[in-house]
Design a protein around this ligand. Structure first.
Ligand code: PEP
Ligand code: MN
Length: 375
């Protein structure tokens, strides 16, 4: 059962809900604060045997907006039946992640040299883009391949981001200690930028890592679906993060592993964008680079990667994660799928056009059209 409070409710309302909840044996209340881009909503989850717990005593508390019985397993991330006000998204470091905006995270798959980081950040600044991806910890299939520069590169990556006005860097972590390393380096940089912690597809069911990421509140999370597990299993993994206390999660589709996707690296699964939006309240990201795996283009000149981004955006995705590199042929990781910096402005334009087409045909659940196209 979920007790939803009115937006921006004072702590006294939470206290009143906890007081009523304490009258029911075996029921554990767990408050969750959802900081949306427009308002903050507190929801109190009543865990345990709630089937016999009446809703009325909670509904009578001034400041309680609605009490919803939850029948499904995605208690925190789920979009529940009868929920009048479905908060989606959040704001982080001045950037909004929700259904009404699109953020383009273009950047290096793996950080390699300072020069390349600097060129990438400068190209983003020229386009007015404030978000990027930068892999410092790389989970590689082969142990002899480049594993990423790790903590050593963080000071200059964050410094360069700050210099070029980048507000959020998506960065994969593969071990809980990486979170501390990122926090320390950010602090030492004078919080020059912000970081969104990326859970890679290979760690989609690393439950201890998910719990650690869920227990910290400093950084939002970009969760990439498991490449060989069901969508339901991936959504359950996000519930692990959210149930530990961090509901600021963007769900990223990145293709699934099957040879039927050949010659693409993975089978593109962007038809799941509306499914994730229907089942949950998480903003959805698409990663065309890891889904497609190559930078080739058909005769129309638009790379397969552009076309798949279009599929994601027209289906309602609100974030795009895409690999770029100043010299793809020299990249130490995933060079064949990296777009060139000269293609960034074209991608930005393409993103605008497709998003506007989506906005033109769709109305939000609350009747208002999605507005901002931030990319
Ligand atoms: C990545 O984004 O750098 C990455 C490794 O992606 P994935 O976990 O989806 O393979
Ligand atoms: Mn990669």
């Amino acid at each position: 059962m979920i007790v939803m409070l009115e937006p921006d409710s004072p702590q006294s309302v939470v206290a009143a809900v906890l007081q009523v909840a304490s009258q029911y044996k075996g029921v554990t209340p767990r408050p969750h604060v959802m900081e949306g881009s427009e308002y903050t909503v507190t929801e109190v989850y009543l865990l345990g045997p709630t089937a016999q717990v009446p809703t009325e005593p909670f509904e009578q508390i001034p400041g309680v907006r609605q009490v919803v019985r939850v029948s499904q397993k995605y208690r925190v991330i789920g979009r529940h039946k009868g929920q009048k006000m479905a908060t989606t998204g959040f704001e982080y470091n001045g950037v909004t992640f929700d259904e009404r905006s699109v953020q383009l995270f273009a950047g290096l798959c793996a950080v390699d040299t300072r020069e390349n980081v600097e060129s990438m950040m400068a190209a983003l600044e020229r386009c007015g883009i404030r978000t990027t991806r930068m892999g410092a910890y790389k989970p590689r299939t082969n142990p002899y391949e480049f594993q990423g520069l790790g903590a050593a590169c963080l000071p200059w990556v964050f410094e360069s981001a700050g210099k070029h006005g980048i507000k959020v860097v998506a960065m994969e972590v593969t071990h809980p200690r990486h979170i501390d390393e990122i926090r320390d380096a950010l602090e030492r940089s004078g919080n020059a930028t912000g970081v969104m912690l990326q859970v890679g597809t290979r760690n989609a069911q690393n439950f201890e890592l998910l719990k650690q990421i869920g227990q910290q509140r400093d950084f939002p999370v970009l969760f990439k679906r498991g490449m060989g597990i069901t969508l339901e299993e991936s959504l359950n993994a996000c519930e692990y993060i959210a149930s530990e206390g961090n509901p600021k999660i963007v769900f990223c589709l990145r293709g699934v592993k099957t040879h039927l996707g050949d010659p693409h690296r993975n089978m593109v699964d962007f038809a799941h964008v509306p499914v994730v939006r229907r089942l949950t309240r998480m903003p959805v990201c698409v990663d065309p680079s890891h889904a497609i795996g190559r930078a080739d283009a058909p005769p129309d000149g638009l790379p397969d990667i552009f076309h798949s981004i279009g599929q994601g955006l027209i289906a309602g995705a609100s974030m795009v994660l895409v690999d770029f590199h100043p010299h793809p042929e020299a990249a130490l990781c995933d060079g064949p799928q990296a777009l060139r910096l000269e293609q960034l402005a074209a991608l930005q334009r393409y993103t605008h056009i497709v998003r506007e087409a989506y906005v033109a045909v769709v109305k939000n659940g609350d009747g208002s059209a999605p507005t901002e196209v931030a990319a």
